[in-house]
Structure formats: structure tokens, C-alpha cells
Design a protein around this ligand. Structure first.
Ligand code: HSE
Length: 309
């Protein structure tokens, strides 16, 4: 039996919501194909058959690769909590369509796609909410931090607000009808672990106040389809100022998106991708062209892929 799972790119933080807010876009995304064999293997219940599209960068050891690691965690959970003792063997094939270290939730997409496929392969023993826990553990393997703002929307779709990590309390917010996202991915890599290491360990009460005012306003804007408010609230006074220095021309690209009519613009996840929100498809396309051109103005070799969804 063979099953394919798909999970799309996600954008974490959404400016002010560091580690507590993220959303899924429709495409691109990663695909994981799992094949079930009845006979068990003496080594590991999951093995990696092939990975396409990573240029050989991802680990092939099932315990170290995010997509196989989360399937191992899933099988362990079935054994310990559901009384299902898996005896066979699973071959994993990963089609890595998302660029690595891009800020597009690449590791979360691989983990979510693998979990969706594994759950279906074994007859759906877990709910999506249960699977989210394993996807979050996959983030720890991928970058050393178990943040949920990519993993949860990769598994559940929509905007997801993480009210609490322990216990995990996720709130789903459907996107407003006319909200368009432009995502620009410049062809450079920025590792999440590094982009987290530049963040401040503590912040002032004044900074915190400013940030949570914007998070509340952004949620309100999303729930009431108040596009102007969404734009006003797309402000990050904690991570963006530090990470902007790691992205060539970040402020020029942001200016270009706003100049094209976007509501707001910030760093996608830990970067280097940059996203902008618009309230019409035409503006989102215009913002994409302006963002791509801004990268090229900074460095004529700095190509960027653009997605509008
Ligand atoms: N919240 C995470 C971060 C997202 O900003 O480090 C990483 O994509």
C-alpha cells in the first residue's frame, strides 16, 4: 500500500506574533510518499528510500531526518497510547519542493506531509490535533527549537494562534476573503537556528506593550476583515529589527511592496523570505513584481521567486 501526503509552505510570526501566529498558503508544498511493507526490518521501522530536490543536504538517517523522525514518533505514540504495535516497515520518499532555510516553513511542511501520509497508511488512528504534537517535535530536530507557528498551520491550514504551548492550545482563524499574500524568496539561505540566535534574550516592558498591542489588533483585523487594521498591525518591534540586518535590502523590498499598494510587509518566519499582505489579487501581483525588482536593484544577481495566494 502506498499513500501520498502533501503540506504547504507556512509563514510564521506574521510580523508581531513571534512564535505564536502563523498561516498556511496554498502552494508550493512538500510531498511525502510512504509505502507499507508487511515484513519488518531489523534496523528501523521507517527508512528513507529517496529524497528529491534537497541537493543532498538533508540527513538520510531516519532518526535525524525531520520527515522520518516524526513518523517514528507517531509509531511510538500508537504503541504507548493506542495499543497499536506496528510490526511492518515503511519506506519514505520525500519530494522537497520548498527551498531549505528559506523562512517558508520547509521542515514543518515535510513533517506534516509525512504525518498525514502515515496516519492514512495506518487507517487514521490519530486526529490532526494529535499529529500536530509530532510535527512540532520535528521542528526541534530540524532547527533546535520546537516552535509551532509553522508546524500547526502546516497541519491544520488557516491562521493558527498558539495561545499556550503547555498545554498546547491552538486557535484557528480562517483568513478574510479578500486577503492576498505575496511571498518573495530571494535565493539565499538563512538558518533558523542562526536567525534565532540574534534575537534579544529580554525586552523592555515598553517594547512588549507595543508588540502585544499589535498582536491583538492583527487578530481583531483578521476576524473582522478590517484590511486597514491588518496593515496597521503588521508591525514587529522585536525580531524584525534584528533579522533585517541578515537580509540584503530588507527595508528596500518592504518599501517596494508598500509602494505598490500592499497593506503591510514583514519577514516570513525567520527569513530570508519576505511576505506582504494586499486586499486585491492585482495589488498582490504588483507587490510581487516590485519586491523582485527591489532585490535585483540591490544586487543584480539576487533573483527571487514570487508566489501570490
Ligand atoms: N517563529 C519562528 C522564528 C519561525 O521566527 O524563528 C521560523 O520559521
Amino acid at each position: 500500500k502506498t499513500v501520498t501526503g502533501f503540506a504547504s509552505a507556512t509563514i510564521g510570526n506574521v510580523a508581531c506574533g513571534f512564535d505564536v501566529l502563523g498561516f498556511a498558503i496554498k502552494e508550493p508544498g512538500d510531498e511525502v510518499i510512504l509505502t507499507l511493507h508487511e515484513e519488518s526490518s531489523s534496523e528501523s521501522p521507517v527508512s528513507i528510500k529517496t529524497i528529491h530536490g534537497d541537493g543532498g543536504a538533508l540527513p538520510r538517517d531516519p532518526k535525524k531526518n525531520t520527515s522520518s523522525f516524526v513518523v517514528l514518533k507517531f509509531l511510538e505514540y500508537l504503541r504507548n497510547h493506542k495499543g497499536i504495535d506496528f510490526q511492518g516497515h515503511i519506506d519514505l520518499e520525500l519530494k522537497k519542493n520548498l527551498p531549505l532555510s528559506s523562512g517558508m516553513g520547509s521542515s514543518a511542511a515535510s513533517a506534516a506531509a509525512a504525518l498525514i501520509a502515515a496516519n492514512e497508511l495506518l487507517g487514521g488512528p490519530c486526529t490532526k490535533m494529535e499529529l500536530v504534537h509530532f510535527a512540532i517535535e520535528g521542528e526541534r530536530v530540524a532547527c533546535g527549537s520546537a516552535h509551532a507557528d509553522n508546524a500547526a498551520p502546516a497541519m491544520l491550514g488557516n491562521f493558527i494562534l498558539i495561545r499556550s504551548y503547555n498545554p498546547l492550545d491552538l486557535i484557528t482563524i480562517p483568513p478574510p476573503d479578500q486577503l492576498y499574500c505575496t511571498l518573495a524568496h530571494p535565493h539565499i539561505e538563512l538558518r533558523t537556528a542562526y536567525a534565532r540566535s540574534v534575537l534579544p534574550r529580554s525586552i523592555s516592558l515598553k517594547t512588549a506593550t507595543e508588540q502585544w498591542g499589535n498582536v491583538g489588533a492583527l487578530i481583531s483585523g483578521l476576524l473582522t476583515s478590517d484590511y486597514e487594521l491588518i496593515g496597521r498591525a503588521l508591525v514587529d518591534v522585536i525580531a524584525e529589527p534584528k533579522r533585517a540586518t541578515l537580509i540584503p535590502g530588507f527595508y528596500q523590498v518592504k518599501e517596494a511592496a508598500l509602494g505598490a499598494g500592499a497593506l503591510g510587509c514583514s519577514i516570513a518566519g525567520s527569513g530570508p523570505s519576505i511576505f506582504a499582505f494586499s486586499s486585491s489579487a492585482a495589488t498582490a501581483e504588483k507587490a510581487g513584481t516590485a519586491m523582485r525588482n527591489a532585490f535585483l536593484d540591490i544586487d543584480e544577481h539576487l533573483e527571487a521567486d514570487i508566489w501570490v495566494s
